[in-house]
Design a protein around this ligand. Structure first.
Ligand code: 9G3
Length: 571
C-alpha cells in the first residue's frame, strides 16, 4: 500500500481540504490544477462514483462512456467553438484537424442522439457517464475544488415534450438529494442561473461551507433558496422626491473610493452613485448602483444576452476616453464615448447624489437622474444582501457560503436544434428533442466532504465514502500474540465484507494513531494487552471520539450494524 502521510502543512495548500488531502497521502499535485489520486484518494472517489452510479441507475439512467478528445466540427455545429476562449484546451491531430479536450459533452451526446434515435417511442432516454473533464481555469486553486482536470458525472435527458422533461428533471433532483444525503453532506438545493448553457431553469446543489466560493440566499420562513447571482432584488418605490439641488463640481483630491468620497463630503455611502465600467462582448457598458451596493454581473450578462463580460481596463478608460477610474460618473459621459448606461432600480430614485465628475480629483454633488444624466435601461442589477426581503414571502433573507457539487439544467432545444437531433412525435411530425443536463463534480464532492468534516487531528470521513471502513492495528507489532490476533481479526472482518486496512508497519503506536486520525477512518481497532489477556478489543469512533471495548466475537455484528446505519441516507 502507498499512503505517504505528511506531518507538516505543505505551503501550496490554500484551503483546509487541500491541506488535509495532501497530508493524508490522498492526492499529489502534478501541475497547477492537475492531481494524482493516490490509492486512498482513489478509493474515496470510487465510493462516491458508486453511490452516484447506483442512484443514476435507480432513476433510469443508462451509463456509457464518451470520448475526451472531441472534434471541433461538433462545436462549430453548436456554435460554441468560438464562444469559449482560453478556458478550452484545444489541440490539433497529426493531420492538423482541430480538437478539444472535453470540458462538457452536450455536443457529443446530442450528435450521438441525432444519429441513433428518431422516434418518441424511444423516449425518455437518460444517458450518462462518469469521466474526466478539462477546463483551463485561469486561477486553479483550492486543490480539487477548482482543478483543470476533474471527474464529473454528466447525465443528459431526452424527452418528447416539456411535461416529460419536468419528470426527468424531478427524477434527477430527487436522485441528487439521495446522493448527497448518502454522502452525509450538509447541502442545500438552490435556484441557480443557467448562464450561457441555455435553458431557463437550473438548480445547484451546494455543500454548506464557510470557505465555499458561492454565496447562497435562503429564507428562514419559507423554503426559498437561490444562488446569490440569481436572487431578484425588489424596490420599494421611494415616495418622497427631494428638491433637486444645483449641480456643483467639488474638489476631492484623494477620494477614489466610495468610502473616501462619502467621508470627505460628509454624506453616507447610500448617497453616492457608483459607476462600474465593463467590456461586454467588446462594447463599453457602465452600470450605476448605489454606493453601498455591488453590481451583480450575472444579472447584467443575462439582461444584455451577452457571452462575455470583463471589467474595463482602467488604463484604457483613462488613455482612450479620459475617464479616470475613481472619479468616473454618468454626467457628461456620453460626450466622451459611446456607452450603454444601465441603472439599478435604486438609482432611479437617488436624488442629489455624489458622483465622479470624469475629472481626476473631482466629484459632482446634487447629481439627479434625468436632469444630469440619462440611463438607457433601468433594471435589477445589484447583488442581493442579507436582510433583503425574500422574493417569495418577504421575510429577511439569510446568506451562507457554499461549494457547488451539482448543477442540473433544463436545456430545452438549444442543442437539439443546433445539432439536428429530431424525433418523429406521435403525430409523425419531426420535432427537436427536449433536453436536460445534470452534472456532479465527483472529485469536488470528495474535497467538499473534507471541507465540511474535519477537526484538528485531520479528516473525519463520512462512512459511506471513507477509503476504508475500519483501520486495525496492534499496539506492539513485534509482539507475536498481538500481531497474530490482529491478523486473524483482520481476515475475519474482510471475510465478513468489511472494508478493513491492517496497519502492520513496524512503527510506534503513536505514529499509527496520528495517521489513523489524520486519514480519518470512521473507526479504529487497537489490539493491545487486553485483547490477549481478556479477549477485549478496543474500538475508537473517529467522529465522536467514543472509545469502547468489545469482545472479539461480538465485533463483526457490532461494526456491521453501526456502519450500515451510518451509510443509510437518513436526513
Ligand atoms: C466549455 C468550457 C467550459 C464550460 C463549458 C463549455 C461550463 C460549459 C456549462 C456546463 C453545463 C453542464 C453538462 C453537465 C452539467 C453542466 N464550463 N459549461 O458548457 F467549452 Cl471551456 O458544462 N454540462
Amino acid at each position: 500500500m502507498l499512503i505517504p502521510t505528511l506531518r507538516e502543512v505543505p505551503a501550496e495548500a490554500d484551503t483546509i481540504s487541500h491541506q488535509l488531502l495532501l497530508r493524508s497521502g490522498m492526492v499529489r499535485k502534478v501541475a497547477a490544477g492537475i492531481y494524482t489520486l493516490l490509492p486512498l484518494g482513489n478509493r474515496v472517489v470510487k465510493k462516491i462514483e458508486n453511490i452516484v452510479r447506483e442512484e443514476m441507475d435507480r432513476a433510469g439512467g443508462v451509463e456509457l462512456q464518451l470520448p475526451i478528445v472531441q472534434p471541433a466540427e461538433l462545436w462549430r455545429q453548436s456554435g460554441r467553438w468560438d464562444v469559449y476562449g482560453p478556458e478550452m484546451y484545444r489541440l490539433q491531430d497529426r493531420h492538423g484537424r482541430d480538437f478539444c479536450l472535453g470540458p462538457t459533452h452536450e455536443e457529443i451526446i446530442t450528435s450521438l442522439f441525432s444519429q441513433e434515435v428518431n422516434s418518441y417511442r424511444q423516449l425518455p432516454l437518460l444517458l450518462y457517464q462518469i469521466h474526466n473533464k478539462y477546463r483551463d481555469e485561469r486561477r486553479p486553486r483550492f486543490g480539487l475544488l477548482r482543478g483543470r482536470e476533474f471527474i464529473m458525472k454528466d447525465l443528459y435527458s431526452f424527452d418528447k415534450d416539456e411535461e416529460s422533461l419536468e419528470i426527468s428533471y424531478r427524477k434527477m433532483y430527487d436522485a441528487y438529494n439521495r446522493i448527497f444525503s448518502r454522502c452525509s453532506l450538509d447541502f442545500r438545493a438552490v435556484e441557480a442561473d443557467s448562464g450561457a448553457i441555455g435553458g431557463d431553469v437550473s438548480h445547484e446543489f451546494m455543500v454548506i461551507a464557510d470557505t465555499g466560493e458561492d454565496a447562497i440566499n435562503f429564507c428562514s420562513e419559507c423554503d426559498y433558496a437561490a444562488n446569490m447571482e440569481k436572487t431578484p432584488c425588489h424596490i420599494h418605490e421611494k415616495e418622497l422626491v427631494e428638491e433637486e439641488g444645483p449641480l456643483e463640481l467639488v474638489a476631492t483630491p484623494e477620494a477614489r473610493t466610495v468610502q473616501d468620497v462619502a467621508s470627505d463630503l460628509q454624506v453616507n455611502t447610500e448617497q453616492v452613485l457608483k459607476s462600474l465600467f465593463y467590456n461586454v462582448d467588446g462594447k463599453l457598458v457602465v452600470v450605476l448602483v448605489r454606493g453601498d451596493r455591488l453590481v451583480n454581473e450575472t444579472k447584467v450578462i443575462n439582461y444584455l444576452g451577452a457571452n462575455r463580460l470583463d471589467t474595463a481596463d482602467s488604463e484604457e478608460m483613462l488613455n482612450n476616453f479620459g475617464i479616470p477610474m475613481g472619479f468616473a460618473g454618468p454626467v457628461g459621459l456620453r460626450e466622451k464615448t459611446a456607452v450603454t448606461i444601465l441603472g439599478d432600480l435604486e438609482v432611479k430614485c437617488l436624488f442629489n447624489a455624489v458622483a465622479g465628475a470624469n475629472k481626476t480629483g473631482y466629484h459632482y454633488i446634487n447629481v439627479n437622474p434625468q436632469r444630469d444624466y440619462q440611463v438607457d435601461h433601468y433594471g435589477d442589477f445589484r447583488v442581493a444582501e442579507e436582510g433583503d426581503p425574500c422574493p417569495c414571502c418577504g421575510a429577511p433573507l439569510q446568506v451562507q457560503r457554499g461549494i457547488e457539487v451539482g448543477h442540473i439544467f433544463k436545456l430545452g432545444t438549444k442543442y437539439s436544434e443546433a445539432m439536428g437531433a429530431t424525433i418523429l412525435d406521435e403525430h409523425g411530425k419531426e420535432i427537436p428533442v427536449i433536453m436536460g443536463c445534470y452534472g456532479i463534480g465527483v472529485t469536488r464532492t470528495m474535497a467538499a466532504a473534507v471541507e465540511q468534516s474535519n477537526d484538528e487531528n485531520g479528516i473525519i470521513w463520512p462512512a459511506a465514502i471513507s477509503p476504508f471502513d475500519v483501520l486495525i492495528m496492534a499496539v506492539n507489532q513485534r509482539d507475536e500474540l498481538q500481531a497474530e490476533f490482529a491478523l486473524n481479526l483482520y481476515q475475519k472482518l474482510k471475510r465478513a465484507g468489511i472494508d478493513v486496512l491492517y496497519d502492520d508497519r513496524q512503527e510506534r503506536p503513536g505514529v499509527k494513531f496520528k495517521d489513523a486520525d489524520l486519514i480519518g477512518y470512521p473507526v479504529r481497532i487497537v489490539i493491545g494487552k487486553k485483547a490477549i489477556s481478556e479477549g477485549l478489543v478496543e474500538l475508537k469512533w473517529r467522529a465522536t471520539g467514543e472509545l469502547i471495548f468489545k469482545e472479539k466475537d461480538k465485533i463483526i455484528a457490532y461494526l456491521q450494524e453501526n456502519l450500515t446505519a451510518m451509510k443509510s441516507s437518513k436526513r
